[in-house]
Design a protein around this ligand. Structure first.
Ligand code: DI6
Ligand code: FE
Length: 400
């Protein structure tokens, strides 16, 4: 008996770096052993050692790396549909706030929720993502803004990976907003930084994130957070230049951040700095769309500078109640003028890079056997349809 499996009769979008577009292989085969890919190429070149391997014909379907959602807030309680409705009935921002809306309402709901409740709602969201071929998802804290709730969110995020066949990378986002009744510096010193240390000590943190914005934290405050992350040996990423140009992208580049995210107000100089530091540009069209932003992220500057572009859902109850990576790809094309090949790289290879993961996002020997098999002919179909999911089968770590 062989412990090898070979997927045959496939069109394979390998997404290998350097290959043009999708790195497409026609009439392809992918060999898997355990959780790893051992071989990929045209079926006619399949080495003799795979003669005894069990074969799984894909009947001409498209095989891609599994999708990766590299920016999400799927652990949270409640929703903000009421505030959405109020705004569409003409309510002002102040009226929404006075009615208890906005981010503080999600913080209150998340503080009040039990761990079991938070887990149950997050599992419905992860199931939606898994159903679209996602094998890795990044999940942020940031709706606690106190020690107990930030730790609770991160424990729930870790628990998701035990309850479902999916890999979770956590980001500590204690610097998401300033809680009522205090100021940013006091909150950082008395709550956020000590909570980061506690969460790290508990093994709950894979990366540190912040929101650098006039309504949140200044570049100097984020620098203090990043210094602490560095002292703990944790990589950083940043919500930067979403609503205004404050210098967050340049700061992220200075700290060698894995990614800078949103970036509508980023400049060509920011792109050049990000290229030098290898910082991925994570574009979040769900927030752009929901907030009816009109300023595009500088996609052409990222291309020219050679900054890898990723796309993600930013799934959160306020600015991006978007539960679909496929729709994020469609929006990346239609709203930000990415090509369909860039959109697929943005949710595979570059999304892996935004999480500091070099063992996935590409179909090549040695990579994790995280794959998605689609009922489509052309890779562009993944981005072309709006709200249509053609997943045929998902393979997670060689299983499925
Ligand atoms: N940027 C956003 O768009 C969200 N957080 C962030 O840092 C907003 C989150 C919310 O409204 O709940
Ligand atoms: Fe976000």
């Amino acid at each position: 008996m062989s412990d090898q499996t070979v997927l045959t009769d496939a069109r394979i979008a390998t997404m290998q770096p350097g290959a043009a577009g999708y790195g497409l292989i026609e009439g392809g085969a992918v060999a898997l052993r355990g959780a790893r890919i051992t071989w990929v190429g045209p079926e006619t070149d399949l080495p003799g050692e795979y003669a005894a391997a069990s074969r799984q014909p894909c009947e001409g379907r498209l095989v891609t790396p599994a999708l990766i959602d590299c920016h999400s807030h799927i652990v949270h309680a409640g929703h903000r549909a009421r505030e959405f409705e109020m705004r569409l009935n003409g309510a002002s921002y102040e009226e929404v706030a006075r009615a208890g809306g906005g981010i503080v309402s999600t913080v209150a709901a998340t503080r009040a929720a039990t761990e079991a409740e938070l887990l149950a709602s997050a599992l419905t969201r992860i199931d939606a993502l898994i159903g679209q071929g996602v094998c890795t998802v990044e999940i942020k804290s940031g709706y606690g803004l106190d020690r107990e709730t930030e730790l609770k969110m991160l424990r729930v995020a870790r628990r998701i990976a035990r309850d479902r066949p999916v890999e979770v990378r956590t980001s500590f986002l204690g610097a998401h907003a300033v809680p009522a009744g205090t100021d940013a510096d006091t909150y950082l010193d008395t709550t956020c930084l000590p909570t980061l240390k506690a969460a790290h000590d508990a093994g709950l943190v894979d990366a540190v994130d912040g929101f650098c914005e006039g309504i949140a934290f200044s570049p100097d405050q984020i620098a203090r957070l990043f210094d602490r992350a560095r002292a703990l040996g944790l990589p950083v990423k940043l919500h930067a230049e979403q609503l205004s140009h404050l210098g967050g992208a340049a700061l992220a580049a200075r700290y060698g951040a894995l990614s800078a995210d949103h970036l509508e107000y980023a400049s060509a100089e920011d792109a050049a700095a990000m290229a030098r530091s290898g910082t991925v540009a994570v574009l979040l069209p769900g927030a752009y769309y929901t907030l009816q932003e009109t300023r595009h992220p500088p996609v052409e500057a990222f291309r020219t500078a050679g900054v890898p572009i990723a796309l993600a859902t930013d799934w959160n109850p306020g600015s991006s109640p978007l539960g679909s990576v496929l729709l994020a790809m469609n929006m990346g094309c239609t709203l930000f003028a990415l090509t369909p090949a860039e959109a697929l790289a943005a949710t595979t290879r570059n999304s892996a890079a935004a999480l500091g993961l070099n063992d996935r996002g590409v179909i090549a020997p040695g990579m994790r056997a995280d794959l998605a098999i689609w009922d489509v002919e052309e890779p562009a179909e993944l981005s072309y349809r709006i709200g249509v999911n053609r997943l045929h089968r998902r393979i997670f770590a060689g299983q499925g």
